[in-house]
Write a protein that binds this ligand. Structure first.
Ligand SMILES: Cc1cc2nc3c(=O)[nH]c(=O)nc-3n(C[C@H](O)[C@H](O)[C@H](O)COP(=O)(O)OP(=O)(O)OC[C@H]3O[C@@H](n4cnc5c(N)ncnc54)[C@H](O)[C@@H]3O)c2cc1C
Length: 493
C-alpha cells in the first residue's frame, strides 16, 4: 500500500492499515515535519474515534480543552459542552502536535515512513499502482496494490487519477501571519468584523500571535508568496492599524475556495483528507473531516488487500464520506456569507446571533461542527442505532466490566450479544466457520444495564453500527439480518 503524503490524514491512514496487518509505505516530500500549525483543534467525533483505538489520552495529555467555539465569528458562542458525548469539548492540539502523535502511532505499529520522498507521477494498471518517486538518493519507481492520495489540496495523486475537483469560491483572500505584537496587552482578541473585512487575532504562546485578515474585495495574484509588508498593509486596510506586527515565523495566504473530488476512488487510487475536499478553515473542521476519512477507509482497504472484502465494501468509502464533506463545505460557505463586511449582512448576523441563543439551534451547530451528527445509510432492520456511531456502552462481560470502545482497540469489528440469544451465537459461528479468519469480528457476550432493550449490536472497526436489534425482534429476523450484516460488512471468504 502506498500512502502519498504524511500529513495528519496520511499518518492516521497508515496506522489504520498497519493495525489491520497491511504493510503501508508513507511517502512524504518534506524532509522534516513542518513546525507551523495550520489547525488548532480536535472535535468530539475525532476524539471519540481516537478513544476507540486507545489513543485519546495521548492527545489529552497536557492539552487544554475549550467548551466553546465560534460560528462565523458571531457574538454568541457555540457550546460544545451540551453535546451528548464523553468528549463534549474541543481539544486544543496544534496540528504539528497532532501530526507528531499520529506519526508516532504509525511508527510504533511498524509503518515505513520515507521523508524527503516526493511522488512525481502515479499510474495504474489492472494489478496495481506505480509511483515515480524522487528521494534523497535519486529517482525510483515503487509499485503497490493500491495508492491513497493524502497529499493535500493540490493533490498530484488526484490529478494523476483524473479525479475532478469542482467547487466554488476564490473570492475571499485570507492573509495569515504568526507574528510578534509589541503591545500584547491591548491586542484584539478573537474575530472582529469591520466595514472592510475581518480580523482574526489570538495569542499562540508567550511570544507569538496568530493574526489573519479576511479580505472580501482585493484581487490577488494567484500563487504569489505572502510578505510581511503585504500582511501589514492588509491589517491597516481592514483593521486600521498594523498592530506593529513584526518578526513573522510563518506567513501563509489562502482563499475561500471550497472544492470536493467528484469521486474518492478511481480504480486502485483513492483520495482522502484535503486531497478529497478543501474549504475555508472556519470552525476548525478540515483535519477532523480528514481523520474520519482515514478511519472509514483504513479497514475497508485492508479487507480488500487481504482478499476478504465483500463486493462494494471499498466503494462504500466514497458513498459514505462524500456526504459529511458536503455538509462541511456547505457550512463553511454559510459562514463566509455571514462574515461578509457588507452592512446589508449585519441584520442577518444579528438575527443569527439571536437564534443561537436558542438551545436547539446552538446544539445543532455544536453537533455539526464537531461532526457528531454523521451517520451512514446502512441497510438492516430499522433501529435507532443503525448507521450511527456506537455509544460508549458500559458492559459487564465474562472478563469483568468493560466499555464498548475497549473492544475496538485492535481495529476489528465487534458483535455484542446482550441478551444471550442463541441465534446470535449460532449465526456468528456459522459465519465464522466459513471464513478464513474469523478474528475480523470479535464475538462478545455481555449485559448492558444502560440499554435494557438492546439484544445485539454489530459494530464496524470504525465504530459505526452495522446492525442492531432489540429484544422484541423475532428469532428469524435476528438470524437472517445478522447473517446478512456479517456478510455485507465482513465478507464470506
Ligand atoms: C490557516 C488554516 C487553519 C486551519 N485550522 C484548522 C483547524 O483549526 N481545525 C481543522 O480541523 N482544520 C484546520 N485547517 C485545515 C487543516 O489544516 C487541513 O484540513 C489538514 O492539514 C488536512 O490534512 P491532510 O493530511 O489531508 O493534508 P495536508 O496537511 O496538506 O498534508 C499533505 C501532505 O502531503 C505532502 N505532499 C504533498 N504532495 C506530495 C507529493 N507529491 N509527494 C509526497 N508528499 C506530498 C505534503 O508535504 C503534506 O505533508 C486549517 C487550515 C488552514 C490553512
Amino acid at each position: 500500500m502506498l500512502v502519498v503524503g504524511g500529513g495528519p490524514v496520511g499518518m492516521l491512514l497508515a496506522a489504520e492499515l498497519r493495525i489491520s496487518r497491511v504493510r503501508a509505505v508513507v511517502l512524504e516530500r518534506l524532509p522534516e515535519r513542518t513546525p507551523h500549525s495550520k489547525a488548532f483543534g480536535l472535535h468530539a467525533r475525532s476524539l471519540e474515534s481516537l478513544d476507540r483505538r486507545g489513543l485519546v489520552e495521548r492527545f489529552r495529555d497536557g492539552a487544554r480543552s475549550w467548551n466553546n467555539g465560534h460560528f462565523a465569528g458571531l457574538d454568541e458562542w457555540v457550546d460544545f459542552s451540551a453535546l451528548d458525548s464523553k468528549h463534549a469539548y474541543a481539544l486544543l492540539s496544534e496540528q504539528t502536535r497532532t501530526e507528531r502523535l499520529l506519526e508516532e502511532r504509525a511508527v510504533e505499529l511498524g509503518t515505513e515512513i520515507r521523508r524527503g520522498h516526493e511522488v512525481t507521477a502515479v499510474r495504474q494498471d489492472a494489478d496495481g499502482v506505480e509511483a515515480e518517486v524522487t528521494g534523497p538518493d535519486g529517482a525510483y519507481t515503487l509499485r503497490a496494490r493500491y495508492a491513497v492520495g493524502c497529499d493535500g489540496a493540490r493533490s498530484l495523486v488526484r490529478r494523476e487519477a483524473g479525479i475532478a475537483f469542482p467547487g466554488t469560491g476564490g473570492r475571499v483572500t485570507a492573509r495569515l501571519g504568526d507574528v510578534i505584537l509589541p503591545d500584547r496587552e491591548n491586542a484584539p482578541m478573537g474575530m472582529e468584523r469591520t466595514e472592510r473585512g475581518l480580523l482574526f487575532c489570538v495569542p499562540l504562546d508567550d511570544t507569538y500571535h496568530r493574526v489573519s485578515t479576511f479580505d472580501f474585495q482585493a484581487e490577488r495574484e494567484a500563487g504569489a508568496e505572502l510578505t510581511l509588508e503585504e500582511l501589514t498593509g492588509s491589517l491597516r486596510e481592514i483593521w486600521g492599524s498594523d498592530l506593529g506586527a513584526h518578526s513573522p515565523r510563518w506567513l501563509s495566504v489562502f482563499t475561500d475556495s471550497a472544492c470536493q473530488a467528484d469521486r474518492y476512488r478511481e480504480g486502485r487510487i483513492l483520495v482522502a483528507g484535503d486531497a478529497a475536499h478543501t474549504h475555508f478553515p472556519v470552525g476548525g473542521q478540515g483535519v477532523n473531516l480528514g481523520l474520519q476519512d482515514a478511519f472509514n477507509l483504513g479497514w475497508k482497504l485492508a479487507a480488500t488487500v487481504h482478499g476478504w472484502a465483500p463486493e462494494g465494501l471499498l466503494d462504500s468509502y466514497d458513498r459514505e464520506r462524500q456526504g459529511p464533506a458536503r455538509t462541511v463545505l456547505a457550512n463553511t460557505r454559510a459562514q463566509i456569507a455571514l462574515m461578509n463586511p457588507d452592512p446589508y449582512v449585519t441584520p442577518l448576523r444579528d438575527l443569527f446571533t439571536d437564534l443561537m441563543r436558542r438551545e436547539q439551534v446552538n446544539l445543532h451547530l455544536a453537533q455539526m461542527l464537531s461532526g457528531v451528527t454523521v451517520r451512514y445509510e446502512i441497510e438492516g432492520p430499522e433501529h435507532r442505532m443503525l448507521g450511527d456511531f456506537a455509544r460508549d456502552l458500559e458492559l459487564v462481560t465474562e472478563e469483568g466490566p468493560r466499555t464498548l470502545p475497549a473492544y475496538l482497540k485492535r481495529g476489528t469489528g465487534v458483535l455484542l450479544d446482550l441478551a444471550g440469544r442463541p441465534e446470535i451465537t449460532q449465526t456468528y459461528e456459522k459465519w465464522s466457520a466459513g471464513v478464513s479468519w474469523a478474528g475480523r469480528v470479535r464475538h462478545v457476550q455481555a449485559t448492558c444495564a444502560g440499554e435494557p432493550q438492546l439484544a445485539g449490536l454489530l459494530v464496524r472497526p470504525d465504530g459505526y453500527v452495522a446492525w442492531a436489534v432489540d429484544r422484541d425482534q423475532p428469532e428469524a429476523v435476528v438470524r437472517d439480518s445478522l447473517g446478512t450484516a456479517l456478510a455485507t460488512w465482513f465478507g464470506t471468504v
